[in-house]
Write a protein that binds this ligand. Sequence first.
Ligand SMILES: *Cc1c(COP(=O)(O)O)cnc(C)c1O
Length: 398
Amino acid sequence: MSSMKNYIEEANKVLMRTYNRYPVVLDHGKGMHLYDVDGKEYLDFTAGIAVFALGYNNEKYNKALKHQLDTLLHTSNYFYSVPTVEAAKKLAYVSGMDRVFFTNSGTEAVEGAVKLARKYYYKKTGKAGGEIISFERSFHGRSMGALSITGTKEYREAFEPLIGGVRFAEFNNLDSVKININENTCAVILEPVQGEGGIYPATEEFIKGVRRLCDDNGILLIFDEIQCGMGRTGSMFSYQSYGVKPDIITCAKALGCGVPVGAFAATEEVAKAFEPGDHGTTYGGNPFVTAAVNAVLDLYEELNILENVNTVGPYLSLKLNEIMTKYSIIKEHRGMGLMQCLEFSVPVDDIIACALDSGLVLISAGKNVIRFIPPLILEKKNVDDMIEILTKCLDKLY
Ligand SMILES: *Cc1c(COP(=O)(O)O)cnc(C)c1O
């Protein structure tokens, strides 16, 4: 008799009903694989939602965290600590930004970025009221501020009134951005590759056009790189492959590879709008989480993570294109690097359930989209294994 059933029953009594969870109780992981409490193995193509870039239980990562655990976990931000300074230096270097603020999550990174943009506008114009342009289908988080700029109306509606001064433009449509600009616009925020909304990469023309519009109108450009950053699309941050530099970035998910840490970073010109007292956090960027950031960024280099994404990403792309030609219910294949998707003409719940049953963890991005966001240590043979299971499920179901 499976012990999983009991855990699931208990969970469904005590946890808030905000998620439709998979009927699996996970126990541990190793590399590309997860194991449930009954010992069943799963090949993982979700990485805890684009988090575990280095795979599960990387030895050097674990060692760095254990060391920090035995040294100093937390200090408060009224003190300096070596891991925090080192992590900020590294993140500034790989992002091309000048100053960093560490947060506890992606959502908080977005909150901070929006606050910084508004403060910058306030200092520049001498008045409050800076407006934000965001995009349809975008996702920036669930707190009141981040939710206010999230493009899915169903997520927002019950929680209104949210923060004001937000307009939604159509993604990849420059004219739509243009008509939403007015003299109060202080920032445009976008995901260079939209994640939760269904894996939609920006076109180069669009992203360059938005940069130009922002420059011409004195508007800050914020890139939300929480999902598409940290090497996922083949460069450390996806704007680097577009050749466009933002004024502010947000980062989280793979930044800590499992410990809760995010960050927003900005150019010197923008960052100097913040003065002591403008923003803060108790835990944010403490020595423990920044020791993780340091280990992650070091391991990216040591393991040539970007090179691997640029080798295995095109292979995944090839295989997903192949499978698309075999099944008429697959409508489209989109994505970059190891952030790809297949859009179906049917809901994907049954496919994901069948895959899980067959030892493959997949995740959706909207009703009809399966998203492929595996650990970045993915190998070609993992792609073959995934395709084999997916094919079996599609043959069984359709
Ligand atoms: C996940 C995500 C967030 C929210 O991050 P949390 O760590 O869940 O708070 C914000 N923006 C994007 C693009 C994301 O993918």
